[in-house]
Every structure is written in C-alpha cells, then in structure tokens.
Design a protein around this ligand. Sequence first.
Ligand code: BG6
Ligand code: MG
Length: 211
Amino acid sequence: MNKGVIFDLDGVLVSTDHYHYLAWKRMAEEENLAFDETLNNQLRGVSRMASLDIILTYNKAKYSDEAKTALATKKNTYYRVSLEDLNPTHMLPGALKTLNTLKELGVKLAIGSSSKNARYILNKLEITDYFDAIVDGTDITESKPHPEVFLKAQEALGVEKSACYVIEDAESGIEAANRANLISIGINDAETSPQAKHTIHALPELIKIIN
Ligand code: BG6
Ligand code: MG
C-alpha cells in the first residue's frame, strides 16, 4: 500500500513559528495589547485572521472589520520582512535528511499548512519539488483544528487514510489530523501532546514509525 506523509510547515520543517511570534508581539505592543508565549501557543496552526481574533478576544478589545484587516496586514508585513533572509540552512535539524529518506522509500509527501506564505517559504528553502501535493492557507476556508487542509492533502496524494501520517507542532493540527482520521504525530511544541497518536523528538524518528 502506498504511504503518505503530510507535513505541517511552520514549526515542523522550519522555525518560522518564532517569526510569527515576533511579528504578532510587535503588532500587539504597538496596539498596547497583552501578548505572550502562552497566548502565542494557541495561535499555532491557526489562520491569520483567526489568530488576530484570539488576541483581541483575550484583550477584550473591539476593532472594526476594516481595522482588523489593517492589523493583520501589518503583522504580515513584519513577518514577510523576517522571511527575506530565509534560506536552506534554516531548516530544522534532520528535516532535509528525512525528506530524502522518505523519497528514497517511495513515500508520497505533502504540505498541509494554514499559511498563505507557505509556497514563498518552500521556495526560499528550495524544497518545493519534494512535495507531490501542497495544500496551504490559500486553498482552504476552514482553519485547523478543522480537518479540511489535511483531507485535501490526503486526497491529492491518493493514499489510504490508514497509511497517511500527519506531522504537527500544534495541538490544533493534531486535532485536525485526528478528525480527518489520519495518523497524527506530534513534534516540538506538540511533543507531549496527549491526543497525538505518536510523538517524536526529532524528524528522523519518523522513518521508524512509518516503516
Ligand atoms: C500557520 C502558523 O502555519 O500559519 C500560524 O502556525 C499562522 O501561526 C498561520 O497564523 C497563517 O499564516 P500566514 O503566513 O498566512 O499569516
Ligand atoms: Mg506548525
């Protein structure tokens, strides 16, 4: 049976999750909104606008739709500036080796990311061609923990659900994978996720799980 692995991007293959944090923090400081790493962890895997809503709700702050769009755009501008120097050396430890091994094993590979910047990042990292399918924030209407992004990626790969793994650093992503009936694997911030089917400390451990 053909096997598939769907990778989340930010916080799994590359540490852009930290750049998201810094960009939200800068925006929040300028607006005098409270923001810290605990709140940031709730934004992992969550779309840009839904993330802003979480920050505003936490602060009991009311903004018009127009003002919210302006804030989200501002955050994305800060984020994009931080991505300018991104290059293949920024991949997380073992990421490239793991992609190469999976390719050699004939495993189908996909990206399942909530980010509208995913393709830009993949190009900067020079790994776009590794993936048989890329589903990102421009392809979905529902944010994780909704399973849409992973169901679309699994369908595009054409593999059975029982042979399709999802690797995630976000609780919202682990929940999305479980709701899609795929096999969830937690890493990094989700390394101790209670709802993940498997957890790993480093990407190369993936190989043992899927073999
Ligand atoms: C996810 C990140 O990958 O993408 C979230 O984990 C982020 O933190 C989301 O909010 C949307 O990203 P972007 O790049 O479209 O603002
Ligand atoms: Mg992530």
